[in-house]
Design a protein around this ligand. Structure first.
Ligand code: NAD
Ligand code: TYD
Length: 338
């Protein structure tokens, strides 16, 4: 592993991962990203000028462009972060997630097979397991029961990755991360949406009863987990990455308001998400056995995240003034008439 193609590297987790890898190793990192609404070159500004880093604009569904990128840069490893990632958008427009997450993953795998790449890593999610009743936790061998277009597309992508391992003998690995929080998180997702709304004294929309639970992990902990899987993961295997501590959405919202010194009256209960998964929860023993550990508690992760949004309005304000406004109106106007 010397020259790595990081697809989706201009997004939230991908950009954090690029910074992590450039700081820790001397690999050549080539980011390949279509720069959709969620992909932002400013997330990679700190890497500009580093001779070990290059950026290519391209769609993972465009197999010719992927092949050309892999050949030109003599890539030996693909790490696939590229995806349409928002559950609510996947409910409004399922075609986009199916194309990017399933067709796109296939195109990457096909190029990797054709050119004999020694390594392929797929970034997946705890959402492939579906909702998990308390007190159960999902382990890697558990069946998939995805319930949203997003999670179904990620599960589909995983099946294709596994098929390329068993059928063609490719050295593939998969990591299934829980919800990430931290810098460069597009403010359509709950934590940055709640934080930036509260900073502007705009109501925080809580879906349904707000009792749904997520395992929120700090993004750099997830990046370290992916790093461990890349270096120690066994071919054909998948690894859960998360804190194994779950928090209710309503509790998370109260904590954000307290951190910002804002009134709890900003909380507004709105119509629930269709098919809303009640709880995700991971057993992470398999990754911990490889030496990984989660460094941040939920409170530490949330505090750092909220502080980043306080310190970086120049990053999120232009986003909230652009395409986002139309999306927000479509997504929330109808919900608020609950
Ligand atoms: P993001 O939405 O912030 O970024 C996605 C990136 O992919 C963007 O830069 C976008 O431009 C790019 N992209 C989208 N479609 C593309 C295409 N067809 N071709 C090339 N690039 C394309 O997403 P994120 O939160 O950073 O998630 C990254 C990966 O991690 C995804 O695979 C996601 O499913 C997975 N994941 C996310 C979370 C989370 O909490 N955010 C948790 C677990 C797993
Ligand atoms: P999100 O950040 O979209 O991640 P995911 O659905 O992939 O877990 O949402 C996290 C939780 O917050 C989820 O239970 C849905 C809920 N949520 C709200 O209550 N209000 C919102 O405006 C959003 C975006 C999410």
């Amino acid at each position: 592993m010397q020259r790595i193609l990081v697809t989706g590297g201009a997004g939230f987790i991908g950009s954090n991962f690029v910074h992590h890898m450039l700081a820790r190793y001397s690999y050549d990192i080539v980011v390949y990203d279509a720069l959709t609404y969620a992909g932002r070159l400013e997330n990679l500004a700190a890497a500009e000028g580093n001779p070990k880093y290059a950026f290519l604009k391209g769609d993972i569904c465009d197999i010719d462009a992927v092949r050309s990128a892999v050949k030109t840069h003599k890539i030996d490893t693909i790490i696939n972060f590229a995806a349409e990632t928002h559950v609510d958008r996947s409910i409004m427009q399922p075609d986009a997630v199916i194309k990017a997450n399933i067709n796109g993953t296939w195109a990457l795998l096909e190029v990797a097979r054709e050119l004999g790449l020694p390594r392929f890593h797929q970034i997946s999610t705890d959402e492939v397991y579906g909702q998990i009743p308390e007190p159960l936790r999902s382990s890697e061998g558990d069946p998939f029961e995805p319930r949203s277009p997003y999670s179904a597309s990620k599960a589909g992508a995983e099946h294709i990755v596994y098929a390329y391992h068993t059928t063609y003998g490719m050295y593939t690995t998969i990591s299934r991360g829980s919800n990430n929080i931290g810098p460069f998180h597009y403010p359509e997702k709950a934590v940055p949406l709640f934080t930036t709304n509260a900073l502007d004294n705009i109501p925080i929309p809580i879906y349904g009863d707000g009792m749904q639970m997520r395992d929120y992990q700090y993004v750099t902990d997830h990046c370290e987990g992916i790093d461990v899987v890349l270096h120690k993961g066994v071919a054909g295997e998948a690894y859960n990455v998360g804190t194994s501590v779950e928090t209710r959405n309503i509790d998370m919202a109260h904590k954000i308001l307290d951190l910002l010194g804002k009134p709890h009256s900003l909380i507004e209960y709105v119509k629930d998400r269709a098919g809303h998964d009640r709880r995700y929860a991971l057993n992470t023993d398999k990754l911990r056995a490889l030496g990984w550990t989660s460094r941040h508690t939920f409170d530490q992760a949330l505090e750092k995240t909220v502080q980043w949004y306080i310190d970086n309005p120049s990053w999120w304000r232009p986003i909230k003034n652009g395409e986002y406004r139309d999306y927000y109106y479509k997504q929330y106007a109808e919900r608020q008439s609950k």
